[in-house]
Design a protein around this ligand. Sequence first.
Ligand SMILES: Cc1cc2nc3c(=O)[nH]c(=O)nc-3n(C[C@H](O)[C@H](O)[C@H](O)COP(=O)(O)OP(=O)(O)OC[C@H]3O[C@@H](n4cnc5c(N)ncnc54)[C@H](O)[C@@H]3O)c2cc1C
Length: 345
Amino acid sequence: MRQSDIVVIGAGISGLAVAEAVHRSGRTVTVLEARPRIGGRLLSDPLDLGASWFWDGEQRVRAMADRLGIAVFPQHIAGDAMIDERDAVHRYPGNPIDGPAHRFARGAASLTHALAGQLPERAVLVGQPVLEISDDLGVTTADGTWQPRHVVIAVPPAVAIRTIRLPQSLPTSLMAVALRTPVWMGDTIKVVAMYDEPFWRTDGLAGAAISRVGPLHEMHDLSGPDGSPAAIFGFARASQPDGLDQADVRAQLARIFGPRAGVPRELQIQDWSREQWTNAAASAEESVPGAADYALFGHALYQQPQLGSRLHWSSTETAPHYAGHIEGALEAAERTVRAISACPE
Ligand SMILES: Cc1cc2nc3c(=O)[nH]c(=O)nc-3n(C[C@H](O)[C@H](O)[C@H](O)COP(=O)(O)OP(=O)(O)OC[C@H]3O[C@@H](n4cnc5c(N)ncnc54)[C@H](O)[C@@H]3O)c2cc1C
């Protein structure tokens, strides 16, 4: 039996924010992460294949970046936008697609790397899918069982319910809500096209487009600070059974941004719908949530710790505000840390 005051399941931004805060307060913490890497939906390789932006008003993200010495820069939005219609591509003067937003100079995953860097060696264990949480809060992976005072499920609820045998004594109402709570962006493909230079900017374009034709339905500039490295990214919905056709993507980029856009130096396709630790849905149909299900974000049942105030839910989907965003993941972490601190030893 392994000991730790707190076991956090999931080394995404929410889990690592909890772990770093409870470590600072002097408690011992172990983070168990299923993937061979940390970060969850923050993945920068080198550009962001998961989250990339935060917005004005998201004070927790801003404060964390400041505290950890992470440089940020403004999203490039200057220039005209493009509208990709069935009959033609139209140039739209100005850019109604992008609003002001901020990016992380070395990618969003610099947040999770910096948080993990504050923890003691061996506090974060990767390649450790949690298989079971027992009624007495034993946490089991293939390598052993931990018996902590608090357990934090920093995993999207729908993924937790499908990948972890949860305590039998949890209320059935909670299990029903968790099963139906969508995973934010869990059905999305993000495509990153990298170039030698941001040539669209010289053409007076913002690198932003919306398309009614596809396969990408929305595109934005993803270049680094000062346009280097140069890149455009797009979102596609993960509905095609055979995945995204690279040739279709290149053709679309060329149609919208000109021939140079059709021959990127590198084309990365990150299909989050096929990532079992982000989207645990059993089928493609199941992975498309209904609009009503998004109302379950931040559900009241997630706000109350269970099992003698020792079991906590902490992923962006459990946040009453900013759910889906990095800011929501940090809000959930803050609530969890408060609940742990309020619990007598
Ligand atoms: C393509 C894309 C674009 C996005 N763009 C933005 C954006 O621009 N701005 C923004 O604010 N947000 C954006 N988001 C959302 C943002 O990424 C998330 O809100 C945030 O990263 C969620 O963090 P989290 O810690 O709650 O969950 P996650 O990052 O999902 O972390 C959960 C962790 O739990 C692990 N795990 C799962 N099951 C188990 C198990 N059984 N045992 C152990 N570990 C397990 C997972 O591997 C993962 O590391 C985007 C997301 C995607 C996918």
